[in-house]
Design a protein around this ligand. Sequence first.
Ligand SMILES: Cc1cc2nc3c(=O)[nH]c(=O)nc-3n(C[C@H](O)[C@H](O)[C@H](O)COP(=O)(O)OP(=O)(O)OC[C@H]3O[C@@H](n4cnc5c(N)ncnc54)[C@H](O)[C@@H]3O)c2cc1C
Length: 340
Amino acid sequence: MILKDILYHRPESIAEAIGLSQECLNNGQRFHYLGGGTDLIPNLKRGQCDDSLHLISLGRIPDLKKIVEEDGKLKIGALRNLAELINHPLIEKIIPGLALAAGKIASPQIRSRATLGGNLLVDTRCVYFNQTETIVAADGACYKNGGTVCHLIPNASGKPNKPCRARFVSDSAAILVLADAQLEIASASGIRKIGLREFYGQDGISRNNLSPSEIVVGITVPLRDYRVMTYEKMRLRATFDFASVGIGFFSDGQTLHFSVNGVESYPLYRAFALPKTGENAVEGIYSSWLQGICEELAKNCSPLKQDLLSPAYRKQMIAVLAKRAAYKYIKPRSLNTLEC
Ligand SMILES: Cc1cc2nc3c(=O)[nH]c(=O)nc-3n(C[C@H](O)[C@H](O)[C@H](O)COP(=O)(O)OP(=O)(O)OC[C@H]3O[C@@H](n4cnc5c(N)ncnc54)[C@H](O)[C@@H]3O)c2cc1C
């Protein structure tokens, strides 16, 4: 668990950081950007990332640390740490669900170092991948570890496209996809914006469409009423662990938006329009409708043995947690009236 030799850089602007990464690329040298390091450093120590000669810390770049309400949007810098999000008055005012989800990530010590950008880019996880080199060698390295097999889906072994179902675990992403938030990304050719729902791919190895030298500058949340929003997280140890299943829930009064974290290789997002049955819907009709959409949500997911809890249990819990999240806000007898 000893970190190999690295060259550590501390640029003070986005342009300088991109310049350093371009230089590495031009010289054929490997590099990683460094946020809080709470995911990257343990992964490097376990040999789960490419050997990296250069670490480019983003911690000294003031442009990555803004939190402002501007042009009808909330803009949050990628280098804001998770502990700051929990207590920030603008986040509390505009999107308290994000503060709630951030408070459920890892432990207080980790949250005081970990950044929002790093959380959105956190590596996918699998019981066959997040292991020491000795255990990986004993099992046989999987695709994500540079090998030729998939222990989760044996008949996917030897495939040229190397399919990987390591699971997506970012709790903040599970909330921000509900808000249709946009990432702002900087590169040598300027700034691009991409919706979080389009950013993630379905493959546990490539994960998203960020190019190596691109920097996530921040995330933009459109201003809407996010009071009816919550995050339910099931994990082995409630003070510490990654989600075995996480359910994000948001309603704008017409549509119920759900996200599922910890199961697929991306944050699964689904929206269901509320049926127009009026204020007098009977409890039975309402309950069976909600039961139906929560079961449909679970049917859309196919948990595998990437986690210590069984796939069948996690599948069941998707529907249970989705109902728990929605029932927090929706009164059974008034279908179209959402209450905080
Ligand atoms: C014990 C433990 C428990 C954890 N529990 C959880 C949990 O419950 N939920 C959860 O979501 N996570 C959890 N994590 C993972 C991790 O701590 C968090 O996801 C954290 O938010 C990562 O942020 P960071 O700033 O430390 O990222 P880093 O480790 O610095 O970086 C992560 C990745 O993002 C890249 N990167 C970082 N910032 C940028 C940027 N601005 N632009 C481009 N690339 C960038 C890095 O190169 C790296 O590839 C846990 C970790 C540990 C060790």
